[in-house]
Design a protein around this ligand. Structure first.
Ligand code: ATP
Length: 239
């Protein structure tokens, strides 16, 4: 059957003042997919995520989650619709403990504390390193641990789609592999993922489809195999 996409944007313009970073972005993520957003620095990947999750109000176009419009309704509505954004630079609260960071991720359900406790248990089962450090201040953890925490915090809202900006920035390859393995497990259980990843080949390895952005436009969309076959990535990065 034709399942509705989890996420569909149509002709989305995202910018800052009178400078557009993303023009007429049309993309979709189907249930169960891992989709990578690729492109050189400044191509508009981060701005795309910000427009989708409402951190920046789109100047034109639409964002729908399971067929319901969420554009212009702000980040809280995006979370309630099932999107969770892991921002560039991770943005954990450095002066708060691991557990308190995680609890903040469940703000949308905080009155139902049994739900929060069970999600905390899930987060610690997924990332045992966080469990060992549950009382530690987030700012004192390694970059990899902070990325695990940022992902786990996003998962506390029980999203249908996780949007991750620069998963591997500043992390060692081993830690990236560990985090990707956990994400692939979650994907097998039904979580869809929209991923920005600077290491193109690593992103292609785990993705069902890719969008290549160039100067704020979609220059290519298709399977990783097709992107490689026609040299779409090299074209966007080098020309
Ligand atoms: P990078 O990997 O370098 O972050 P990107 O593909 O994620 O690149 P964006 O960060 O979305 O690209 O940037 C796209 C354009 O928008 C760039 O020209 C950038 O300078 C501009 N831009 C991004 N954030 C802001 C902001 N807060 N205010 C003004 N301009 C911005």
């Amino acid at each position: 059957g034709a399942a509705k996409p989890i996420l569909a944007t149509r002709a989305l313009d995202v910018g800052y003042g009178n400078v557009l970073a993303v023009r007429r972005l049309t993309l979709q993520v189907n249930p169960g997919e891992i989709v990578a957003l690729l492109g050189p620095n400044g191509a508009g990947k981060t701005s795309s995520l910000r427009g989708i999750t409402g951190l920046v109000r789109p100047q034109a176009g639409t964002v729908s989650v399971n067929g319901v419009r969420i554009d212009n309704r702000g980040p809280a509505v995006a979370v309630q619709a099932g999107l969770a954004h892991v921002p560039e630079g991770r943005r954990v609260f450095p002066e708060m403990s691991v557990t308190d960071n995680l609890r903040l991720g469940a703000w949308s359900v905080r009155r139902r504390s049994k739900v929060v406790e069970s999600r905390l248990a899930d987060a610690y089962a997924l990332f045992p390193r966080l469990a060992e450090r549950r009382a530690q201040l987030a700012g004192s953890m390694s970059g990899g641990e902070q990325q695990m925490l940022a992902i786990a915090r996003a998962l506390m809202s029980d999203p249908k789609l996780l949007l991750i900006d620069e998963l591997s920035l500043g992390l060692s390859p081993l830690v990236v592999d560990e985090i990707l393995a956990r994400l692939l497990e979650l994907n097998k259980e039904g979580l869809s993922i929209l991923l920005i990843e600077q290491f193109v080949h690593r992103a292609m390895d785990v993705s069902d489809r890719v969008y290549v952005l160039k100067k704020g436009h979609v220059a290519f969309s298709g399977t990783p195999a097709a992107a490689i076959r026609i040299g779409a990535v090299e074209e966007a990065y080098h020309l």
